[in-house]
Unconditional design. Structure first.
Length: 220
């Protein structure tokens, strides 16, 4: 197809393009605003180090040791026992696997800090679950390393705005997808259309000259 034929095909089926694009955008908007439940995320930060009474002997080797232990502490937070104990302190009907699937524990690079995040459809429940998990972890960590200092340095806050769905992004993606699908459909219909649109198209396809053209006369 030549460039002029491409523009002609798009112009001829512009209603199809606009309709599909608008429908895709509208569906995405309805799903994002009224169907998909918002997800809220809350977080906290925990410091891992020596007991305060042992701070005088704190050196670079101690810092490196605790930095290496961060991953061990991170896995401790995600154990079934810690999560189940946190759930038991609430009235929520949650499973351990569901909570663990929404729980993220990340050692902050080159620090002795663990960042813990949890997501839930209920902002208050998200805050309550994460607080309970943090409290259970602090108790267990002191049992595992008696001379360790595990301290919450950033309290859990009640999330105000959801982190998902990203409504603007969803609508923009739906618009682009609808536009691409509709344009692709137009090209497919043109490919399947075996009729000749003009004299030049006839001569090119059949490789024979046209003897004449029958004009279209509008009836008055």
């Amino acid at each position: 197809m030549s460039i002029s034929e491409i523009f002609e095909a798009l112009k001829k089926r512009w209603i199809l393009i606009v309709s599909i694009t608008l429908v895709a955008t509208l569906i995405s908007g309805i799903l994002s605003f009224f169907v998909i439940k918002p997800i809220y995320e809350t977080s906290t930060k925990v410091f891992i180090g020596k007991e305060e009474s042992n701070l005088e002997g704190y050196n670079s080797n101690d810092i490196q040791m605790y930095q290496k232990l961060l991953q061990t502490y991170a896995e401790t937070i995600k154990t079934n026992e810690v999560v189940q104990a946190a759930i038991n302190n609430t009235e929520a009907d949650l499973t351990v696997s569901a909570v663990k699937g929404a729980l993220t524990v990340t050692p902050v690079s080159d620090t002795q800090i663990l960042q813990i995040k949890y997501q839930n459809n209920d902002p208050e429940l998200a805050k309550e679950i994460l607080e309970n998990i943090t409290n259970e972890f602090v108790v267990l960590a002191k049992e595992l390393v008696p001379n360790g200092n595990v301290r919450v340095i950033e309290a859990v806050q009640l999330p105000e705005d959801p982190v998902a769905p990203n409504k603007k992004m969803n609508i923009a993606i739906a618009f682009l997808l609808g536009l691409m699908v509709s344009v692709g459909l137009v090209f497919l219909l043109e490919y399947l259309d075996n009729t000749f649109k003009n004299k030049e198209n006839l001569e090119r396809e059949l490789d024979i000259p046209a003897l004449g053209v029958i004009p279209v006369v509008d009836e008055e």
